[in-house]
Each structure stands twice: as C-alpha cells, then as structure tokens.
Design a protein around this ligand. Structure first.
Ligand code: GDP
Ligand code: GDP
Length: 457
C-alpha cells in the first residue's frame, strides 16, 4: 500500500490546483465557481524524489437534504481516516471563514498527521490570511501557492519523514550523516529545508542574463528537469551546484507562457515580476560598466517587498576599468536605497569569462540560509528585554508602551510577532530600531525582516 495524502478544505481554496501540480496532469477540473466539483480524484503524485498517492476530497454536487456541514463532515472524516496524512488548505486571500473553522475542528480531532497550509500566498495579498490561519489551532501554517509552486519544499519536509516511517528510508546511507549534522546546531531551531533552492536571475536587457545562465548550467552539468508534476509548464530547470539542488527559473519560459495564456505582449518588467514570484533567491544582474540605475533599484525593491532573498551581481567585471570605484558606487547606492535591509550581498563576476561563479553561488546559498533562519523563542525574548531596556519605547501620554513577548512566526523571510500593550502608538522609528538590532544581533544581513505587532493587554 503506498502512502496516501488527502487534500482537504472548503470549496475554492485551490485543492484541484494543488492536485494538478502534484499529479502533473490536467486530471481535475479547475473552476472559479464554488461547489462545481466532481468526483473524488486520485492520482500518483510526485514531489521531488517522493512518490505517493494523493486524493482530494469529493465535491459537493450531490445535493441531499443534509446540511452542508453534515456532508462536509462525512467526507472529511472519511478522507482523513483513509489517508496516511492530510493537507488542510485555507485560502489566505479570502481569510479564515466559519467553514474553515468548522473543518479545523474536525482536523484537530483526527489521529492522522495534519499539515495546515495557507494557499494563494504568492505576493503580499496572502499575508493577513496567513496570520489568521494561526488561530485555527493547528500549529504554524505553511505559506503555499498551488498556482506558483511555492511552499513545495515545506510540504516535502512534512511528508518525507512520514513516508519514510511507512515505507522505509529513501536513502539509508544518508541518515548517519544527518544525525551528525543535527547534533551540531541546536539553538537555532530547524535546519534549512532540503528542497531545491528556487533561483531567478533578473535584470535589464543586455546585462548578460543568458550568458550567465548558460555558464551556470554548462553543457557538462547535470540537467534533471523539467520534471512532471513540478515543472509541468517547463518554466524551470533543475540542476545541482556542488551537490546542492537548484531550480533555476527560466524567465524566457515564463514569458512564452504569459503570451499563450493572456495573448498579450508583456514588458520585461512583468517578466521579472513573475520570476520573482516563483523564486526564493533572486540574483539581480547588473552591467558593472553602467552601475546601479533607477530601473535596477525598482526591481531590487520589488524583491525585498515580496520578501525574497536578494543577491546583487555585477557582471562584465572584465570590462570595468576602476573596480574599486565601481564597487563602492554600487554599495553606497544600495545602502542609501535600502537602509532597512543592510548587508545585501554584492558579487562581482564575468559571465563571459566564467569568473566569480562560485562566489555568486556561495552568496546565493548563504542568502538562502539566512532567509530560512529560525530563532528560538527563549533567546528572542532575552534579546527583546535587553534592547527595550537599552532604549525604552516611548511613553505617549505618560504611559510607557510595553513590549511583552516575541516569537518568530515564520521564516522565509524571517517574520516576527511582538506582543505589546499599544501597538498603534509605537512609532515606525522604534520598529526600525528593533529591526536593525535584530538583524545585527542575530546575524541576518541582507534579508528582508518583518515584524508584526500584536496587541496584548
Ligand atoms: P478547489 O475548489 O478547492 O478544488 O479549488 P480550485 O483548485 O478549483 O481553485 C479555485 C480558484 O483558486 C481557481 O480560480 C484557481 O485558479 C485559484 N487558485 C488556486 N491556487 C491558487 C494560488 O496559489 N494562488 C491564486 N492566486 N489563486 C489560486
Ligand atoms: P541578456 O539580455 O541579459 O540575456 O544579455 P546577454 O547574455 O544576451 O548579453 C548581452 C551582451 O553582453 C552580449 O553581447 C554578451 O556577450 C555580453 N556579455 C555578457 N556577459 C559579459 C561579461 O561578463 N563581460 C563582457 N565584457 N560582456 C558580457
């Protein structure tokens, strides 16, 4: 019996879309109208190196006299009983609805392991819904985008141990090495997920993107994609760099797809936006002979705002006369433009000559690690006490704002919640102070950091 995963959730949260992505075929009908679904679908799913059966719960078209809740309950209970694990989807854009809460109740009572996922989390529109989903009492939700393939490595991290427990280790030899690696780092929470790093190379026309990508992939490198189920639309290429898996987003492929889908010519700005949506780490490639221009800053700002890890690469280094000046100019301009994201890595290279590529990839993996960073609650709260003692928050109307408690709500990018007495009165400058200190004290250069304030009496 192979391992089975049930995808559960109210209509329209994206179950079919996720099913399609995992199964890799257009088996299921996807429709905007709630309730139009169909029979229960089941298929062979593939997620990186994992193989399992997946089904999503039946539709609601069988109108009976029962209440909606009663039918949902029956279906859901049957599904989670039959499955080895369940993925519970909510729609982060729509927020948590009473029906979601009803489902959550069922899920909490199940013996089957449940992973909560907030779908439609590409971009920022999903953020409030992601936070609401915490309130469902099913632990920390993962941020998913079934449509854009985000969150797949978290799903992988959830499934892999369960599948191994049922079917035996996928790579028996690997376990010892992992155990050793685990015992090495303790305080900083979980290690980085094992899925590939999703990488996009963006930049203005002619900076050398194609040259760089061809260099990186090189004819002698192993090309393993596109894989059914993950990169159906062949918008990415899987490859490895010194034994680490990388999924390179193919911007040209994205553009082709957009043209087919929308029948509109897209500007290159839209291409980069799309690549950024798919990526975890974005390399912004510049022509070092031209420096950092306004258009580059706009792209960089989008990367940071979308919460992706950014690496700046200065290409055509071979053609630069005064390298010290060129580097300083870019670094200064970055510092001025991103005072809140100090330490964005800058790497010089020549795609043409194939120089600086190792340095670039090291910077990419390092940025990825920082972006994945997890801080434990105890040191965070010691830190909060220390920084707020050193520089106390203001006291509007004579009542000092108290910062009570802090947790890391999620990673990728590092996102924190601080519970405080009067969040609305805390000035932005104080929040910036906290952010800067946090970045320094916990060594998170260059990554976007988010802090959310929560009211607590
Ligand atoms: P189901 O009823 O739960 O099976 O949901 P569907 O898979 O049919 O999706 C419902 C709607 O949500 C469709 O219009 C999808 O295109 C859309 N959708 C699914 N996943 C995503 C996503 O990750 N992001 C966004 N923005 N829309 C999505
Ligand atoms: P794209 O439009 O960003 O994909 O840029 P291309 O890869 O097509 O490169 C544009 C031009 O820049 C081509 O003539 C390349 O040969 C040249 N080029 C790319 N990388 C380098 C480099 O490292 N040094 C120099 N001198 N020229 C480069």
């Amino acid at each position: 019996m192979s391992f089975t995963l049930a995808i559960v959730g109210r209509p329209n949260v994206g179950k079919s879309t996720l099913f399609n992505r995992l199964v890799g075929k257009r088996l299921a009908l996807v429709d905007d109208q709630p309730g139009v679904t169909r029979d229960r679908r089941e298929g062979d799913a593939r997620l990186f190196d994992l193989h399992f059966r997946v089904f999503d719960t039946a539709g609601l078209e069988d109108v009976t006299d029962d209440s909606l809740e009663a039918r949902m309950r029956r279906q859901t209970e049957a599904a989670i009983e039959q499955a080895d694990a369940a993925l519970f989807l909510v729609d982060a854009r729509a927020g948590v609805t009473p029906l979601d809460a009803h489902f959550a109740d069922l899920m909490r009572r199940a013996r089957t392991p449940v992973l909560l996922a907030a779908n439609k989390c590409e971009g920022k529109a999903g953020e409030p819904g992601l936070y609401e989903a915490f309130g469902l009492g099913l632990g920390e939700p993962i941020a998913l985008s079934a449509e854009h393939g985000l969150g797949m490595d978290e799903l992988y991290d959830f499934l892999r141990p369960l599948i191994e427990a049922k079917e035996g280790a996928l790579y028996p030899d690997e376990d010892d090495a992992e155990a050793e690696a685990d015992s090495g780092e303790e305080d900083e929470g979980e290690e980085a997920p094992r899925g590939p790093v999703q990488l996009a190379v963006v930049g203005r026309p002619n900076v050398g993107k194609s040259t760089l990508v061809n260099r990186l992939l090189g004819e002698d490198r192993m090309l393993t994609g596109p894989e059914a189920g993950i990169t159906r639309d062949s918008i990415s290429v899987d490859w490895t760099w010194q034994d680490r898996a990388v999924r390179l987003i193919d911007t040209a492929g994205l553009r082709r797809r957009a043209r087919i889908d929308d029948k509109v010519e897209r500007l290159s700005a839209a291409d980069s936006k799309r690549a950024i949506d798919y990526a975890q780490v974005v390399v912004l490639l510049l022509d070092a002979t031209l420096g950092l221009e306004k258009q580059d800053l706009t792209i960089a700002r989008t990367v940071v705002e979308e919460g992706r890890a950014l690496v700046i690469a200065l290409n055509k280094w071979d053609a630069v006369e005064d390298r010290a000046v060129a580097l300083r100019q870019v670094e200064n301009r970055l510092e001025r433009s991103f005072p809140q994201t100090r330490g964005i890595p800058v790497v010089a290279l020549s795609a043409l000559e194939g120089r600086g590529l190792d340095k670039l990839m090291r910077a990419v993996f390092q940025a990825y690690e920082i972006w994945n960073k997890r801080l434990a609650t105890a040191p965070l709260n010691r830190w909060l006490q220390a920084v707020s003692a050193q520089h106390p928050p203001p006291a509007p109307g004579g009542r000092r704002i108290r910062l009570k408690y802090m947790t890391q709500a999620r990673s990728r990018p590092p996102t924190f919640a601080i519970h405080c007495s009067n969040p609305d009165d805390l000035p932005p400058s104080y929040l910036r102070y906290l952010e800067n200190q946090l970045r320094l004290d916990f060594d998170m250069p260059g990554t976007p950091i988010r802090i959310h304030l929560k009211k607590q009496k």
